[in-house]
Ligand binder design. Sequence first.
Ligand code: APR
Length: 249
Amino acid sequence: MNSDMESCIKIVKELKRKGTINAYVLTGAGISRASNIPTFRGEDGLWEKYNFEEVATIDAWLKNPTKIWTFYAEGIDLILNAKPNPAHESITKLQDHGFCKYIITQNIDSLHQKAGSKDVLEIHGNITRIRCMKCNEKQIYTEPPKEIPPMCKCGGMLRPDVVLFNEQLPHELINKAFDIAKKADLVFIVGTSAEVVPAATLPYISKKNGAKIIIFNKEKTEHVQIADCFIAGKCEESLPKFLNMLLNQ
Ligand code: APR
C-alpha cells in the first residue's frame, strides 16, 4: 500500500488513460468535521457523549420521544446552519472533471448537495427530512421543530427520515449502492471508520471486482487492508491538495 500523493495521482491517471473512470466516493462523518459537525466515534465523537441505544434506536424513540427529539432537534439546528468545507468542494470538482460519478454517503447533513455535487446516495437518510410514523408523509425542515415532539396533522408522531440502529436501509437505495460498488473501477473512501455495515462492505465488493481503493482519513481504518493508497491527514486539507495535483500535473 502506498501512502503518498504521487502514487495516488498515478493510479487515477492510469485509469483515466484507459477510458472513462467509473468511480464512486464513500463518505462518512469525518468529511463534515471541518463543518463543525461531530463524528460518532473517537474523541469528541457523539457516541462517547451519548449512549446510542438511548437515542438512536426505534425502541428509544417509542419509550421517550421528547428526550430523543431534543437530541435530534439540536442536530437539525446544527446541520441547517452548517456549510460545506473544502473536502466537499473538492469532491464536487472531482465529479465535474469526470474523476467520479457517484457519492455514497453515510452522512445525513446534505453538505455534498450544498457543495453542488450530483448523484448523491444518502444511504442513512437525511436529518432535515421528516416523516410521519403513521401516514408516512414526508416534509423538509428549514428550521428546527418548534414543538417537541412534533406531531403530524394526522395525529401521528413525526421522526427524522434517518436510518436508526437495527433498522433496514432503504431497499432501492442500498441495491443501487451495491450495483455501483460492483461496477466501479475506483473507490475513494473519505472520513469513515468502516465500522458500520452494509456501508463498510461496499469497498470490499469493489475490490473483489478489481477496483483500486484510495483512502483519505485522519487515521488508519479496517479498509487499509484492501487499499492501494492511504493518505493520512485531515481530508479538508488533503483532498484539495490531491485535486490540485491531479488537475495541474
Ligand atoms: N479528515 C479525515 N478523516 C477524519 C477527520 C478529518 N478531518 N475527522 C475524523 N476523521 C475520520 C476518523 O478517523 C474516523 O475514521 O472520520 C471517521 C469518522 O468515523 P465515525 O465517527 O465512525 O463516522 P462514520 O464512519 O460516518 O460512522 C458510520 O455509524 O453511528 C453510525 O449512522 C452513523 O452514519 C454513521 C455510521
